[in-house]
Write a protein that binds this ligand. Structure first.
Ligand code: ACO
Length: 401
């Protein structure tokens, strides 16, 4: 609902809009989203077309630079990224310092921030050429850090990619290559991963992207902004929902599969439980990404010959919610993360890594938004407030309080 207050001050009128439900923070030419109609386009291209026909690196280029790349542009872009895919050896010591139990999102955010120490020139981006250098650096090093985060958890030796593989296959190799074994992967796995990354690549001014822009608006560098974005994404109300969904579905399964019981809990206002993967700040209709992912979940599990009972539980919950007055009235539909976890799991990705997969997908969006903000010379982000505290009070020494 609309919840806006205003206050007149010497500086003009201050508008209070909790959670920025009705406040635009910028003008942007990157992503178009119509939440009423369930439309999502990157740079004018329908998400359905991109998910079906493009690959992730093309989409990254499109988001960041505004046009689909020619073959030459794409090859150069990838070769520039590969040239930057090494990480300073000292970074391994930082990774080593984390306990194995550390959540991968905390590790990834820290490592991304630590990259600045080894690439100080990435901070000062006074020209477009400097920006480009910082962009290819982070696109090259981020998959390495994400893969290492997983390898550390599994006690696998740290590795590097293979220049002959594409961006997504290379990521997969770095994550799953086993020492002493020749790496190979089912094409269906790479296609599914590619599609998931595309679907997560941008979503205009969501919590993590707004964070990236906010941090970047003080002219902190790209890596610091991305590190902050990772932290924002981590929470269960945002990217962390993909982990929360699968944990919820597992819980329902272990409890005997009674979806009605959990639906009732979600509707009970005394109970903090929410149906994870349902509802969205902007979509008041089907999230178009959820539709694509649901279809993809069926396909991938079929291709890999996996029969996962939580997929049936998820479909059952969706069906019930779509017919339930509480959900219908509040326009709560499945969002992008309702089915994504089921695919990640089918691809052998551990639950704690789900939100890292989201971060890998969202990276080009964060970069594109940061670049646009800098090119448009946006002022520093600095919201106002409406003060509701005490008026002036006389100070008393500690003995007289
Ligand atoms: N289960 C039960 N009730 C819900 C749910 C849910 N998943 N989502 C919203 N509601 C209810 C709220 O209780 C509220 O009811 P009320 O009007 O009776 O008070 C109403 O629907 C509106 O919800 P808000 O929380 O005010 O909506 P908001 O836009 O602030 O929140 C959000 C959106 C955070 C996504 C919310 O729907 C939610 O918590 N969903 C579950 C978590 C989730 O899936 N997050 C992923 C979002 S997508 C992404 O980040 C990729």
């Amino acid at each position: 609902g609309v919840d806006i207050k205003t206050l007149r001050s010497q500086a003009g009128i201050i508008t209070l809009d909790r959670g920025f439900k009705n406040t635009g923070s910028c003008e942007s030419a990157i992503t178009f989203l119509d939440g009423e109609k369930g439309i999502l386009r990157y740079r004018g291209y329908a998400i359905e077309d991109l998910a079906e026909k493009a690959d992730f690196l093309e989409v990254a280029y499109l988001l960041i630079f505004g046009e689909l790349p020619t073959k030459e542009q794409l090859d150069k872009f990838y070769s520039d990224i590969q040239d930057e895919s090494e990480v300073d050896e000292e970074m391994k010591k930082i990774l080593d310092g984390f306990p194995k139990s550390a959540h991968p999102m905390g590790v990834l955010s820290s490592l991304t921030s630590a990259l600045i120490a080894f690439n100080p020139s990435s901070v000062d981006v006074s020209s477009e050429a400097d920006m480009y250098k910082a962009i290819v650096k982070i696109l090259g090093k981020f998959p390495v850090l994400a893969a290492w985060t997983l390898r550390k958890k599994k006690s696998d030796p740290l590795n590097y990619g293979d220049d002959s593989l594409g961006y997504v296959e290379n990521l997969h190799k770095m994550m799953f290559e086993k020492p002493g074994k020749k790496y190979s992967v089912d094409k269906a796995v790479i296609n599914a991963l590619d599609k998931l990354l595309i679907l997560h690549a941008d979503h205009e001014q969501n919590c993590s992207t707004s964070t990236v822009r906010m941090v970047g608006s003080s002219h902190a560098g790209l890596f610091a902004s991305i590190s902050a974005g990772i932290s924002a994404l981590w929470g269960p109300l945002h990217g962390g929902a993909n982990q929360a969904v699968i944990e919820m579905l597992e819980k329902i399964k272990e409890d005997g599969g009674d979806t009605k019981k959990f639906m009732a809990k979600a509707k009970d206002k005394e109970d903090p439980f929410r149906l994870m993967g349902f509802g969205h700040r902007v979509y008041k209709n089907f999230d178009p990404r959820a539709k694509i992912i649901k279809k993809s979940a069926d396909e991938v599990l079929g291709q890999l010959g996996i029969d996962d009972p939580v997929l049936d539980i998820a479909k059952g919950l969706e069906k019930e919610a779509l017919e339930d007055d509480y959900f219908v009235k509040r326009k709560l539909y499945p969002n992008v993360d309702f089915y994504s976890g089921i695919i990640y799991r089918a691809l052998g990705i551990p639950v704690e890594m789900f939100t890292v997969m989201f971060a890998l997908g969202r990276l080009p969006g964060w970069i594109a938004q940061w670049r646009e903000m800098r090119l448009m010379k946006e002022p520093i982000g600095r919201p106002r407030q409406i003060y509701i505290g005490e008026g002036h009070r006389e100070f008393k020494n500690v003995d007289n309080r």
